[in-house]
Design a protein around this ligand. Structure first.
Ligand code: KIV
Length: 260
C-alpha cells in the first residue's frame, strides 16, 4: 500500500487493515496474507520486552525493530512508533523521525494532540508523513491514571474532536483512535477527510488495528474488551490473520461485544 492509498481507501469506503509486527518473520507473514499496514508499535515494550508499560522503550529499540520488520515487507505500508520522550521538541522530533524513516518506515506515529503542534509542523515541513494517535495514549498511562476509555464525557469528547481536526490541518495523514466510545469515533471519522484507524473504537472507523500478540492469543494478560483471539477458530496463524482481514473488510469486526 502506498501512503496516498490511505485516503483513496477512505473515499471508496474500503476498510484499512493493520497489525503490529516486531520482527521480519511476522511482517513477512502478515504481508503475504494481504495486510494493508504494518505498525512497529512501541507495544513491543509489553509484548516483547515484558514491561508493565511502554515507557521503557528507546529510540534504539524502535530503530532496530523497524529495520528487521522492514526486511519482511513487500507491499504493506510500514509505520513506526516514536517512543516515550522522543518527540518533546520540534528539533528532537525531526531528528528521531528521520532515524525511523532511514530504518525503513514510510510514516511515523506519535501520541498526543495540540500540545505537539511544533512537532507535527516540523515533520510536515520536512515531508515526513505522520500518523496521529488520540484517545487512550499508553505513553501517558501514569497521567491518565490507568488504561481507561477516553472521551466518555462531553469535555473529553470535545477535546478529542478538536485535537483530531487540528492534526488534520497540520498535515497528519491518518489517525489512530484508541479506546474511545464507538459513537465518538464515528463522529471523528465523519468530521475528517483523513482515515481513522481504530483500536477499541468501534466499527465505524476507516480501518482497524490490533496488537498481533493479542489477536493471536500469545499475550493473555490484562486483555482489554476490544481484543479478539482470531487464532481460536483457525488452525494456523495465516488463517487467523486472514480472518482478521476478512472480518474488518466486511465490517464484522469489531462487533458490539468488542466496542465501548
Ligand atoms: O504500540 C502499539 O501497538 C500501538 C497500537 C496499540 C495502535 O500504538
Amino acid at each position: 500500500m502506498k501512503i496516498g492509498e490511505l485516503q483513496t481507501f477512505k473515499q471508496l469506503g474500503e476498510k484499512i487493515t493493520c497489525l503490529t509486527a516486531y520482527d521480519s518473520s511476522f511482517s513477512k507473514l502478515f504481508d503475504e496474507c494481504g495486510i494493508d499496514v504494518i505498525l512497529v508499535g512501541d507495544s513491543l515494550g509489553n509484548v516483547i520486552q515484558g514491561g508493565e508499560n511502554t515507557l521503557g522503550v528507546t529510540m534504539e529499540d524502535m530503530v532496530y525493530h523497524t529495520q528487521i520488520v522492514a526486511k519482511g515487507i513487500k507491499d504493506a505500508l510500514l509505520i513506526a512508533d516514536m517512543p516515550y520522550q522522543s518527540y518533546d521538541s520540534a528539533v528532537q522530533t525531526l531528528q528521531n523521525a528521520k532515524r525511523l524513516i532511514n530504518a525503513g518506515a514510510q510514516m511515523v506515529k506519535f501520541e498526543g494532540g495540540q500540545e505537539h503542534e511544533a512537532s507535527f509542523k516540523a515533520l510536515y515541513d520536512n515531508d515526513i508523513p505522520v500518523c496521529g494517535h488520540l484517545g487512550l495514549q499508553p505513553q501517558s498511562v501514569l497521567e491518565m491514571g490507568g488504561y481507561k476509555v477516553q472521551g466518555r464525557d462531553e469535555a473529553g469528547a470535545k477535546q478529542i474532536i478538536e485535537d483530531a481536526l487540528a492534526l488534520e490541518s497540520w498535515g497528519v495523514q491518518t489517525l489512530v483512535l484508541e479506546c474511545v466510545p464507538a459513537v465518538l469515533a464515528r463522529q471523528v471519522s465523519q468530521a475528517l477527510s483523513i482515515p481513522t484507524i481504530g483500536i477499541g473504537a468501534g466499527v465505524d472507523c476507516d480501518g482497524q488495528v490490533l496488537v498481533s500478540y493479542d489477536m493471536l492469543g500469545i499475550n493473555t494478560q490484562h486483555l482489554p474488551k476490544f481484543v479478539k483471539n482470531f487464532l481460536k477458530d483457525n488452525s494456523d496463524v495465516q488463517g487467523a490473520v486472514k480472518a482478521f482481514i476478512g472480518t474488518v473488510k466486511t465490517n464484522k469486526f469489531p462487533d458490539d461485544q468488542h466496542s465501548y
